[in-house]
Design a protein around this ligand. Sequence first.
Ligand SMILES: Cc1cc2nc3c(=O)[nH]c(=O)nc-3n(C[C@H](O)[C@H](O)[C@H](O)COP(=O)(O)O)c2cc1C
Length: 199
Amino acid sequence: MKIIGISASARKNKSTHFLLDQCLNESKRAAELLEKSLEVELIDIAPMKINACIACGKCKKGVLCSQEDDFQPLISKLADPELVGIIMATPVYMGCMSAQAKAFLDRTVLFRRNGFMFKNKLGGVIAVGGSRNGGQELTIQAVHAAMMIHDMIIVGDGGHFGGAAWGSHPNGYEGDETGINTAKSLGKRMTEVACMLHH
Ligand SMILES: Cc1cc2nc3c(=O)[nH]c(=O)nc-3n(C[C@H](O)[C@H](O)[C@H](O)COP(=O)(O)O)c2cc1C
């Protein structure tokens, strides 16, 4: 079993990356407690060049994309049959997901067009805003919508929407205990549900 986390901030190694790392570490810890083998991988797309989908239609002919950018090497990673879940982490930009997150999600249409390859994979979301209530839940739901278009199974943090964090917490994002706990709970739930489905 493998869970991939996508950090879709414009900035490397900042709050979005931190929260996703906390989440994936908790997924791993939960798997160890359940004595299950789980691989996790954090992919930070901040330094990558991922263009918007240009709707050329090449992916209607196979698991292919016409654009030679940094999405290309991600295709085989995301097509890995061991993959059981994807966690998207995005900053809140203007009340919704980052352009990086949207470009990434749009480009994943190729998996839908080739037999719904993400069907029944788990989907979890983390949103980090500069304000405590800056649109995190709306952002999470917007990413959930794309996951539903893939026929994925949405996982929350055990009662709420997922990871909702405050990047500009007075103690820094590393001090946003409430937000960190939502990200950790999401990671734990991802593992619990993955283990229920793949035992
Ligand atoms: C273009 C832009 C728009 C933003 N819009 C919002 C917003 O609507 N709500 C909010 O809470 N924070 C907003 N922020 C703040 C970021 O969400 C916040 O700083 C976040 O922690 C950044 O993630 P990072 O540390 O991974 O870069 C915005 C930041 C930028 C650059």
